[in-house]
Design a protein around this ligand. Structure first.
Ligand code: C2E
Ligand code: CA
Ligand code: CA
Length: 358
C-alpha cells in the first residue's frame, strides 16, 4: 500500500506511519484463533525539487525493505545511502549467482578431534569462494547475502553433494579414514524447503555413505520457535540415522526443545564461550553449565574455536568429547599436498598428523 500525506511535516508524516503500524499490529480473531499481522513502512520525504512520483515510490520501497531487515514491524525514513546499499546488494547478488554457475565455489575441511585420544573423528566442510579479483573469500562474508537472495538453497545442495562424495573418496583410501564423518552446514532456509530431508538422504545413499557418518549443522539462533517443517525434516533425518548438530550452541536460547525431543545428536559450543576458558573463571563457569545441560540430555559436545592446549584441556575436564579449532588445524583444501606435514590427508590417513597431544 502507498499513502500520500500531502503537505505534512516530518513529524506529522511519521505520526501517520506509526498510527498505521499500530492499527495493523492489533490482534485479529480468525477461525477461533488470534492472529497478529505486522507492517513495515518506508517513508520518503518529498522536497520541492522532487517531481517524479516514480522516484518517490521507488525510494519509499527501498526504505520499507530497510525497515523489514531490522525487524518485523517498524518505520524507516529513506536515506540516500540506502539506495546505494540496495544497488550494491543487487550487483553482489548477481555476482554470487554467476559464481555458482562458473564453478567458483570450493570446500575447505576443518578437523574435529576426539579430545580423549587426540585423533581425527570428523571434518567440517566450510564453503569458500574463489573470487576472480578478491581471492579466497570465507563463508562468513557471503553466506548472509546468499540467504537474502535465496541462493543458499542451491549452494547448500552443492556443498552437501560435494562433501559427501569427498567423504566417499576418503573412506575408500581405507585405514583411519574409513571411519571418518563429515559435518555439513545447513541454512534454516534450506531446512525449510519442501522435500529437503528426502533430497539429503538421496544424496547420501547415492554416494553409498552411511547416514550416521553425515552430520547436518544448524545454528542455534536460527532454530527459534518450533517451525513444523523444520521439525518434520529433523524427524525424517533422525529416523534415517543421520546426525544433527546445533551450531553456535550458547549464543541463542531456543533449541532445548529440539534437544529434548531427541532430534539433535550433538551441540557445538560456540567459539565465544570457549575462548580463554582456561584463564577466565566466569567463561569457564558458563561453559561448564552449558556442557552439563548437554550431558543431562545425553548429547555429545564439540568445543569450537579451540586455539590453545589449555582451552582443550579444560574442555575435556568439563566433559566435552570433541574439539575443533586452529589448535589442530585451519580449514584446508581437500587436495592439500599429500605428505605435507600439516596437510589434511596426513591427518585423515593416520588420524593424528601433526596434531598436538594434550
Ligand atoms: P561456523 O559453522 O560456526 O564455522 C566456524 C567458523 O569459524 C569458520 O569460519 C572457521 O573458519 C572459523 N574457525 C574455525 N576454527 C577457528 C579458530 O580456532 N579460531 C577462529 N578465530 N576461527 C575459527 P567461516 O568458514 O568463515 O564460516 C563462517 C560461517 O559461515 C560458519 O560458521 C557457518 O555458519 C557458515 N557456513 C560455512 N559454510 C557454509 C555452508 O556450506 N552452508 C551454509 N549455509 N553456511 C555455511
Ligand atoms: Ca558449523
Ligand atoms: Ca559454529
Amino acid at each position: 500500500f502507498a499513502l500520500v500525506v500531502d503537505g505534512a511535516s516530518v513529524t506529522e508524516g511519521l505520526a501517520v506511519a506509526d498510527r498505521v503500524v499500530a492499527e495493523i499490529n492489533a490482534p485479529v480473531e480468525a477461525g477461533g484463533q488470534t492472529c497478529w499481522v505486522t507492517a513495515s513502512v518506508g517513508v520518503r520525504l518529498s522536497k520541492a525539487d522532487d517531481t517524479s512520483a516514480d522516484v518517490l515510490l521507488r525510494d519509499a520501497d527501498t526504505a520499507m525493505y530497510g525497515a523489514k531487515s531490522v525487524g518485523r514491524s517498524g518505520v524507516r525514513i529513506y536515506e540516500a545511502t540506502m539506495r546505494s546499499k540496495a544497488l550494491l546488494q543487487i550487483r553482489q547478488g548477481d555476482e554470487l549467482r554467476g559464481a555458482l554457475a562458473r564453478g567458483e565455489f570450493l570446500l575447505h575441511y576443518q578437523p574435529i578431534i576426539d579430545l580423549a585420544t587426540s585423533r581425527l573423528t570428523a571434518v567440517e566442510a566450510l564453503l569458500r569462494w574463489r573470487h576472480p579479483t578478491r581471492g579466497l573469500v570465507s563463508a562468513g562474508r557471503f553466506v548472509p547475502l546468499a540467504e537474502d537472495i535465496g541462493l543458499i538453497v542451491a549452494l547448500d545442495r552443492w556443498v552437501l553433494a560435494s562433501a559427501v562424495s569427498q567423504l566417499r573418496e576418503w573412506k575408500d583410501t581405507g585405514g583411519h579414514a574409513a571411519a571418518l564423518r563429515v559435518h555439513v552446514n545447513c541454512s534454516p532456509i534450506t531446512f525449510r524447503t519442501p522435500g529437503f530431508a528426502a533430497g539429503v538422504l538421496e544424496v547420501v545413499s547415492g554416494c553409498d555413505v552411511p547416514a550416521d557418518d553425515v552430520v547436518l549443522e544448524i545454528t542455534e539462533r536460527q532454530m527459534i520457535g518450533e517451525d513444523p517443517q523444520t521439525l518434520q525434516a529433523l524427524q525424517s533425518l533422525r529416523s534415517a540415522g543421520m546426525g544433527v548438530a546445533i551450531d553456535d550452541f550458547g549464543t541463542g536460547c531456543a533449541s532445548l526443545g529440539y534437544v529434548r525431543q531427541d532430534l539433535v545428536t550433538l551441540v557445538k559450543l560456540d567459539r565465544t564461550l570457549v575462548t580463554r576458558i582456561d584463564t577466565d573463571e566466569r567463561q569457564r563457569g558458563i561453559a561448564a553449565a552449558l556442557l552439563s545441560v548437554a550431558q543431562a540430555f545425553g548429547v555429545d559436545a564439540v568445543g569450537e574455536g579451540v586455539e590453545t592446549c589449555g582451552e582443550a584441556r579444560v574442555l575435556q575436564a568439563l566433559g566435552c568429547s570433541y574439539g575443533q579449532g586452529f589448535l589442530w588445524g585451519e580449514p584446508l583444501d581437500a587436495a592439500a599436498a599429500p605428505g605435507a606435514d600439516r596437510s589434511f590427508r596426513t591427518l585423515a590417513r593416520d588420524g593424528s598428523g601433526s596434531s598436538p597431544r594434550l
